[in-house]
Write a protein that binds this ligand. Structure first.
Ligand code: AMP
Length: 397
């Protein structure tokens, strides 16, 4: 159970409520290409409007590195939010985020009005969690709500610092939902519990592997990170991705799985090619026998079957990271097979954000999953068993 205050614990009528959202959406020429993060933020915003709060929204977008970058302005988000909410969202266009426009817009708010501030990372203090910017943000509001799950693994002014200078703080509905699904899955799973890890690097997921081996019944490892495990088992991986300095670690994890009685599943065959591109010659070989000059870009057919069979019997599945270079159609079959297997079962299925979320949505399986996290990095830290700084900073109930 979440011990933090939530929006349901607040009395917000007539109060200025600053809500940290995660509006870090992909933009192409000023057009939002995926609005999932905006729609995910709506329940909290709508609740606060209904309760008669003055709703002040803030978020970062991309990495402007502490200075105004017009192409990373949140203006397109204000426009789309107005359409989705069916009411005007005033965009406070200030290069300093909390400048004259923001102060004026907030001063003129009536109960139920919505204002969106400019990209918080226009300020260099934001990512350093410096007090002056936290105080400026807090000066606009009485209450702070953190609904930015995807940003809460970072201690920044708008996720952590600001909580110290407001009367009261709480988490929003999206945050509550993310924590409930990911937290329950990892700490209180209905068994069998299967976790699937992929993506490029072992080094990004060291603590995740270590923590999950304490919790799961089966751990599946695919993607680029599997080759380091193949080498740890004495295999040859040709030109495939390999982190030589993590081979010992992989060996330790193989031993830990044995000791804990965890079924650790690694690829048994691999789709290999000579060139890193879609349109090229490819063939399937046993995983530990990749010839020199060839690299593995996907799991093979036998592995797809092996992984799908393990997923079939699961009651809880958590997945983070693609099984191959799914951006190339010829090497997307492993990722597709995992998505398909998860979509077909009657179980709690959770996608840990990032590339796997994009893959599942692209393949049209989004609605078949129990929960797709809005935060890649944040969900990984959650799987490491860490408390997110942006959650820890919020008032307890
Ligand atoms: P990550 O950011 O660590 O989750 O990794 C995602 C990336 O890993 C995707 O862009 C995939 O293309 C890449 N990837 C997955 N499998 C492989 C592989 N076998 N070789 C190279 N890259 C891979």
């Amino acid at each position: 159970m979440l011990q933090k205050k939530t929006v349901d614990d607040l009395q917000v009528k007539g109060k200025r409520v600053l809500v940290r959202c995660d509006f870090n959406v992909p933009l192409q020429d000023g057009v939002i290409t995926d609005e999932n993060r905006i729609t995910a933020a709506l329940p909290t915003i709508q609740k606060l409007i209904k309760e008669g709060a003055k709703v002040i929204l803030c978020s970062h977008m991309g990495k402007p590195k502490g200075e105004p970058k017009p192409e990373l302005s949140l203006a397109p988000v204000a426009k789309r939010l107005s359409e989705l909410l069916g009411q005007d969202v005033v965009f406070a266009k200030d290069d300093t985020v909390v400048g004259e426009n923001a102060k004026k817009a907030v001063a003129e708010m009536k109960d139920g009005d919505v204002v969106l501030l400019e990209n918080t990372r226009y300020r260099k203090e934001e990512t350093k969690n410096e007090e002056n910017f936290s105080k400026e943000l807090a000066s606009l509001a009485d209450v702070f709500v953190n609904d930015a799950f995807g940003s809460s693994h970072r201690a920044h002014c708008s996720t952590v610092g600001v909580t110290e200078f407001v009367e009261e703080s709480a988490v929003g509905y999206l945050m509550e939902k993310e924590i409930a699904f990911l937290g329950n899955a990892v700490n209180n799973p209905v068994r069998p519990f299967v976790a699937i890890l992929g993506g490029s690097k072992v080094s990004d997921k060291i603590n995740v592997i270590n923590n999950l081996l304490e919790k799961v019944d089966t751990l599946i490892i695919g993607g680029g990170m599997a080759y380091t495990f193949a080498v740890a088992k004495g295999g040859h991986v040709g030109e495939s991705l390999l982190e030589l300095d993590k081979v010992d670690y992989a060996r330790e994890m193989i031993a830990k799985a044995e000791e804990k009685g965890v079924n650790l599943l690694l690829p048994v065959d691999t789709v290999v090619t000579k060139e890193f591109k879609n349109d090229t010659e490819f063939k399937t070989v046993p995983t530990g026998e990749i010839p020199d000059g060839w690299m593995g870009l996907d799991i093979g057919e036998k592995t797809r079957e092996l992984f799908a069979n393990a997923i079939k019997n699961a009651k809880t599945v958590v997945w983070n990271g693609p099984m191959g270079v799914f951006e190339f159609e010829n090497f997307a079959n492993g990722t597709k097979a995992v998505a398909e297997a998860m979509a077909a079962i009657d179980a709690t299925t959770i996608i840990g954000g990032g590339d796997s979320a994009a893959a599942v949505n692209q393949l049209g399986y989004g609605s078949k999953m129990t929960h797709i996290s809005t935060g890649g990095g944040a969900s990984l830290e959650f799987l490491e068993g860490k408390e997110l700084p942006g959650v820890a900073a919020v008032d307890d109930k």
